[in-house]
Design a protein around this ligand. Structure first.
Ligand code: 5AD
Ligand code: FES
Length: 346
């Protein structure tokens, strides 16, 4: 199996059959070999720097009903909220003082935020903090809408493809949502000029090694600037309540593979990874990740943005998370930096 890792390091790609063999044939020793290789390419391009992004979860209203997600529209136990523009700007203000130079506006697919409303929030943020990058993570929209928001000043867009395989996608989503449409959105975002992030959940219900192999091939083809992956974690109020969560072990392995496949990509050690293991984010960094995304949302609404159970940091102020992460990164020999942290994969 080491030969496959060497081959990946050399060619930056594998065939579907090879991906499956590597994923199914993994072992603790192979994983250590992979993480060594992943860290060495990470250090070549990004040194020991860790980029931080301030995440602002500005609405938990969502028109969609994804089977895995805690804020799906049919979950009537969620207390729904929207932040006002003033609240959003105040999150950015706090974040800027804490050294954040990227803000991520994330929310459910909430019809209340039409182009003009979002456009004015975006241009206000960019006018007030011109040295910051603004990332959107607000789901599927039309080409024209993506263009409008880009013209308003948005720099980056996160939209996980969730799973490439159409059959698998259909088992995780209501019939109205299609894998193909999702992927089309990503190509549109790229064409418009956004720095694009995609990604998938690890260990989602019914996922196989073949599905993960297809995810790797799709990501290679898309060649995104960012890749967000994290373990699936069940939420008690969803149809997947009884399903086991994805593992730390497989998530770390996929992070290492992604780092070797696209050496310059921005790869976060996600909150979901920190949720399934107390040292999940540190281990993610040690497997090749180079970004962390602490929460800047007001603590009053944190617990209402529960995509999955036991989400960490729901009671912590932005400053606490910022300091906590700084300590965590220092403990493993890495340093949080104050920078926009643009992708070198361009
Ligand atoms: N477990 C882990 N990740 C989840 N997401 C949504 N629900 C869950 C869950 N139950 C992820 C999806 C989405 C991102 C914002 O959060 O991949 O794209
Ligand atoms: Fe939020 Fe540690 S990152 S408390």
């Amino acid at each position: 199996m080491k030969e496959l890792i060497d081959k990946l390091k050399e060619n930056r790609t594998l065939s579907k059959r090879e991906w499956v063999a590597l994923i199914e044939g993994r072992s603790p020793a192979l994983a250590d070999y992979l993480y060594d290789a992943a860290r060495s390419v990470r250090h070549r391009y990004y040194g020991h720097d860790v980029y931080v992004r301030g995440l602002i979860e500005f609405t938990n209203y969502c028109r969609n009903d994804c089977l895995y997600c805690g804020i799906r529209k049919s979950n009537s136990n969620v207390s729904r909220y929207r932040l006002t523009e003033e609240q959003i700007l105040s999150c950015c203000d706090t974040g800027y003082q804490l050294g954040f130079r990227t803000f991520v506006l994330q929310g459910g697919e909430d019809g209340c935020y039409d182009d003009s409303r979002l456009g004015s929030i975006i241009s206000d943020i960019k006018t007030r903090w011109p040295d910051c990058a603004l990332t959107l993570s607000i789901g599927e929209r039309s080409y024209d809408s993506y263009q409008y928001l880009y013209d308003a000043g948005a720099d980056r867009y996160l939209l996980r493809h969730e799973t490439f395989n159409a059959g698998h996608y259909a088992r995780l989503h209501p019939p109205l949502l299609k894998a193909e449409v999702r992927q089309e959105c990503l190509w549109n975002l790229k064409k418009i000029g956004y720095q694009v992030g995609t990604g998938f959940m690890v260990g989602s219900p019914y996922q196989t090694a073949e599905h993960l192999a297809e995810d790797m091939l799709f990501i290679k083809k898309l060649d995104p600037q960012m890749i967000g992956i994290g373990p699936f974690i069940s939420h008690h109020d969803t149809p997947f309540a009884g399903h086991p969560s994805g593992t730390l072990e497989l998530t770390l392995f996929m992070l290492g593979l992604l780092r070797l496949m696209i050496p310059k990509v921005l790869l976060p050690a996600t909150t979901a990874l920190g949720t399934i293991h107390p040292k999940g984010r540190e281990l993610g960094i040690l497997a090749g990740a180079n970004v962390v995304m602490p929460n800047l949302s007001p603590t009053t609404v944190r617990k209402d943005y529960a995509l999955y159970d036991n989400k960490i940091c729901t009671g912590d102020e932005a400053a606490e998370c910022r300091n906590c992460l700084e300590r965590r990164m220092e403990s493993i020999g890495y340093h949080v930096v104050t920078a926009r942290g643009d992708s070198l994969n361009i």
